[in-house]
Design a protein around this ligand. Structure first.
Ligand code: ZN
Length: 251
């Protein structure tokens, strides 16, 4: 293989390495974001529960006032019952007492229901607070771990980017911009190996990037000359084999 294609292959290999290292950096940050997101969600749930309890308590207090006023009313009615001067008056007051009692019993049931709900909500709050506390501890551990890891990765990335620059400079200047553009478009996969596939009648050559067939003349040119050819379909640079002439020095 000639120096023009070799230089492109070298650049492709470093391009992959730079991308892989950047991906590691992203991945380490993703773990932090994930934990932070989870904490935020739990804090949201915690605040909502606290608001619910507040409302339940207000409702409970209102019910309590109503029950107390019913109690006072009941006491008055009982006095009235004892002071009744006729059977008719007696039975009228008795009806009032029964109505009042039924009303009070409904209010008490509701108050009891609210108390149970408040108890349950308080349990949920306690659990959420414990979850958040342990998640915050975990976050701190991940952050510490990530800080160390990131320092290593950034140093590694620095040396890889230097190698990328020098590999880029070795590429014929007229292909440099094109390489960078294709790298953007194909997520770093700029070069494609020509693949041999067995067609219905005879074996065919196709682009390893987009799998469309590649003309035989192009394959012949690639095998005999140091020509830069692109896939007619996807535009990737075609090579017969992604093997660098200097691969032994790339680690
Ligand atoms: Zn292609």
């Amino acid at each position: 293989m000639g120096p023009i294609l070799s230089s492109l292959i070298d650049l492709q290999l470093v391009e992959y390495e730079v991308r892989k290292t950047k991906e590691r950096l992203k991945k380490s940050k993703r773990a932090i974001l994930k934990k932070e997101h989870s904490i935020k969600q739990h804090e949201g749930a915690l605040n909502a529960k606290k608001e619910e309890i507040k409302l339940s308590k207000v409702q409970y207090d209102t019910l309590d006032v109503d029950i107390k006023s019913d109690e006072a009313n009941l006491a008055k009615l009982r006095v009235g019952l004892n002071a009744a001067k006729s059977n008719k008056e007696y039975s009228a007051v008795l009806t009032q007492i029964n109505t009042n009692k039924a009303d009070m019993s409904k209010l008490e049931d509701r108050a009891l229901g609210l108390m149970t709900q408040i108890d349950n909500d308080e349990t949920v709050i306690k659990e959420l607070e414990e979850t958040i506390a342990s998640e915050k501890e975990e976050l701190l551990a991940i952050q510490t771990e990530t800080d160390v890891l990131e320092e290593d990765i950034i140093a590694e990335l620095g040396s890889k980017e230097e190698r990328y620059q020098s590999a880029l400079e070795k590429v014929n200047s007229k292909y440099r911009d094109m390489f960078v553009r294709l790298a953007e478009r194909y997520d770093g996969e700029v070069l494609a190996e020509v693949a041999h596939v067995n067609g219905k009648r005879h074996s065919e050559q196709s682009c390893g990037g987009c799998f469309m067939s590649v003309p035989l003349e192009a394959v012949n040119a690639l095998m005999t000359r140091d020509d830069v050819l692109t896939c007619p379909n996807c535009g990737r640079f075609l090579v017969m084999e992604m093997k660098s002439s200097t691969q032994n020095v790339i680690g």
